[in-house]
Design a binder for this molecule. Structure first.
Ligand code: ADP
Ligand code: MG
Length: 695
């Protein structure tokens, strides 16, 4: 296999553009891509035509505006290139206008009431900074999706806005440090994607997996992950064949699939690409999730992207490696000269302050129904936001806190820069896996994010909160007489105010929960509580200040999140009722019947035989059946009431969490116990042992 030849084969990338576009058009398009200049219609026409020719040569017949609505998935409506000529034949056409803008119906996507106020129509607009690509004979144009009056209806628009915000504010800081050259500051992302692979035929026998993505019933198997024999273990042939196909498919799409390995839990795996610009990384991650799901089918496998497919077994996250950089330098790389040290420390301290001040927003960005099972459940990062810096950096931060920068008499000299920074050997910086937000040498790794989530949300929050703190720092520094002194004061103040968010210890321990409480760090345990923080006035104001979300957009998004959460739990509850009533209870009764018949025949054949064991078992099952049946009724009634009677989105989400959810757990308990005593032959669906170990 010639990887260099395959790589990017299905992407209308820079090489293709340079080859196929007239020089002027290429230059104009580059200016749009790099500097955000408006694209004129003539240029768009030429680009569209070149794209179409390229796509058709590769067998394409259709094009689509590919976008990321609030469902967290991607959406595409395919149109063929055909245009009738009037004589009964067709030609293949694709205009600049069709490239730049599309008009899907916004009312069919979650919009949080935004479209009701305006028009049903929504608009998709080409994101020229993310390259077009071919998928299934269709030319896919990455686009942003918004309402008639410009409100974002997708996950991409606010991401692009937040990237602009950080660009603007970080450039102000760079200018203050004397950098006159740099024209752009970008956010970079490298998401590590975890997932489970199970046998497709077994998957198809589980309604819970099909409808909800996770198992709603299931007793623990005798073997779990306690032997640590899966992590980095040798990869089974069938899985390896799957992984090879994934690599090829992703490489064709220009996705730098780099790392693959087995994860901690049985049947759990991970893939990681090489990082790239945030919006492209977000597009790519959507394509990764899409591709692994599809390719799994080729191997008779089912891919589970859910954050917690199996109770009691490690869940799946998506570590978001995040940094900011200029076209030539990573701004989170500790510098070598005193000058670059000071700049690095300024960004670092700004991040510490931003993460501490806006911790609830970061928690919100990782909140959904699935991830609720992970966060704080002693296996994933806790729901408490803290920052891991490692010993060396913490030491420097402690010096700043102790006034090392400002106590000196000759404060004019750049004390800041004198602080020498250690060279961080990349591999040894962080092996603390229990921190939700860890510095790993030249980037931060945000580990709370769920495996099934779009990575745009966490980046939107990170970018915006950092832009906010940077803007405050720049406000104070611009025009100040003694730059070094003022900067020293600012950093000392910020470190003093936000030192408590730094924690290098074991984030999974009970002690940390108490300690964090003493420090006053928020511990937002549930998803509805996390969603509730979204519209706090100070957050709304901050998002508006940086033009990332308007007040209306915040309201709409909050409503969508509550609604999505409620809908998920509602489906889970209904699925449980159905499985319990129509699969588990009938199966148990059948087994009880068979056992009772056995007792009768033993008794009639050998009247003196001791059948106390069999009788006790039937009795035990009877009790559990009664309990399960009561719990089914309770859950059924409860979910109907919450679904139909509570109108307020927020109240409804809380009711799903604090009323419906406990009723689901109460039903699961007797059912899981039944699983451990009912004969395998009678049990209606594959168990955890089957799902996790028969791949
Ligand atoms: P680990 O499992 O040790 O955390 P991986 O190699 O699995 O490491 O993943 C690390 C990820 O971080 C990769 O996607 C890598 O490209 C990404 N990364 C490296 N440098 C940066 C950076 N400057 N910005 C964003 N992501 C980065
Ligand atoms: Mg990692």
């Amino acid at each position: 296999m010639n990887v260099t030849e395959i790589f990017g084969k299905n992407v209308f990338n820079d090489v293709v553009m340079r080859e196929r576009l007239p020089k002027d058009t290429y230059k104009a398009l580059k200016r749009t891509m790099d500097l955000g200049e408006r694209l004129t219609e003539d240029v768009a026409d030429v680009v569209a035509n070149a794209m179409k020719d390229w796509a058709i040569e590769k067998g394409a017949t259709h094009y689509t505006h590919w976008f990321q609505p609030m469902t967290g998935k991607t959406a595409e409506k395919h149109d063929s290139f055909i245009e009738p000529t009037g004589d009964g034949s067709v030609i293949m056409e694709f205009s600049g206008k069709q490239l730049i803008q599309g008009e899907p119906d916004a009312s069919s996507f979650p919009n949080g009431g935004l479209r009701a106020t305006f028009e049903a129509r929504g608009y998709t607009a080409w994101d020229a900074t993310s390259p077009a690509f071919l998928k299934d004979d269709t030319l896919c144009i990455p686009t942003a999706f918004c309402s008639y009056s410009g409100e974002a209806l997708d996950k991409k628009t606010p991401l692009l806005r937040s990237m602009e915000a950080i660009d603007k504010q970080a450039l102000r800081i760079l200018r203050l440090f004397g950098d006159k050259e740099t024209k752009k500051v970008m956010t970079t992302l490298g998401p590590e994607q975890e997932y489970f692979l199970i046998d497709k035929r077994l998957y198809q026998q589980r309604k819970d997996l099909i409808f909800t993505g996770r198992t709603l019933f299931g007793a623990m198997p005798p073997k779990g992950q306690e032997l640590d024999d899966h992590y980095f273990g040798s990869i089974k042939e069938r899985i390896s064949a799957f992984m090879k196909e994934i690599d090829v498919e992703l490489w064709k799409l220009g996705i730098t699939s780099k790392t693959k390995h087995n994860e901690v839990a049985p049947a759990q795996h991970e893939m990681a690409p090489i990082f790239t610009t945030a919006n492209i990384a977000t597009d790519h991650n959507q394509l990764v999730m899409d591709t692994i799901t599809k390719v799994a089918q080729h191997h008779e496998l089912a891919c589970l992207l859910h954050e917690k497919p199996f109770a009691g077994v490690n869940g799946s996250g998506k570590h978001n490696n995040w940094s900011i950089s200029t076209p030539t330098a990573n701004l989170l790389s500790p510098g070598k000269t005193p000058h670059s040290n000071a700049q690095f420390l300024t960004f670092l301290v700004a991040i510490i302050a931003a993460v501490d001040e806006y911790a609830p927003l970061l928690r919100l960005s990782a909140a959904n129904a699935g991830n609720e099972h992970r966060l704080g459940a002693n296996e994933a990062p806790p729901a408490i936001i803290s920052i891991f810096l490692g010993e060396q950096l913490t030491d420097i931060i402690e010096q700043i806190k102790a006034g090392a920068l400002t106590s000196s008499k000759e404060a004019e000299t750049m004390k800041l820069g004198v602080t020498t920074l250690p060279d961080f050997p990349k591999d040894v910086t962080d092996r603390n896996r229990t921190s939700p937000f860890a510095f790993t040498g030249n980037r931060f790794e945000f580990r709370m994010v769920g495996s099934n989530q779009s990575i745009s949300g966490p980046s939107i929050v990170l970018n915006t909160i950092l832009a906010e703190v940077l803007s405050r720092i720049a406000d104070r520094l611009e025009g100040v007489e003694n730059f070094e002194l003022e900067l020293s004061h600012i950093l000392e103040e910020l470190v003093k105010d936000h030192y408590d968010v730094i924690f290098n210890g074991d984030g999974y321990s009970e002690d940390w929960v108490d300690e964090a409480e003493r420090r006053g760090l928020p511990n937002i345990k549930t998803t509805p509580e996390a969603i509730s923080v979204f519209n706090r006035p100070e957050y709304v104001e901050m998002f508006a200040k940086h033009s990332v979300f308007s007040q209306q957009e915040v309201t709409a998004r909050q409503e969508i999140m509550f609604e999505e959460y409620s809908k998920n739990i509602n489906i889970e509850a209904l699925t449980m009722v159905e499985i319990a009533k129509r699969e588990i209870l009938p199966a148990v009764m059948e087994y009880m019947g068979a056992l009772s018949n056995t007792i009768l025949s033993i008794k009639s054949a050998v009247p003196s035989a001791d059948v106390s064991v069999q009788t006790a078992l039937v009795e035990r099952m009877s009790n559990l059946v009664k309990e399960a049946n009561d719990k089914v009724d309770e859950l059924d009634t409860m979910v109907n009431r919450v679904h139909h009677e509570i109108e307020d989105f927020e109240k409804q989400a809380y009711a799903y969490k604090f009323e419906v959810f406990p009723a689901m757990e109460a039903l699961r308990k007797p059912c899981d116990e039944l699983e451990t005593i009912v004969s395998e032959e009678f049990w209606p669906f594959p168990t955890y042992s089957d799902l996790l170990f028969r791949v």
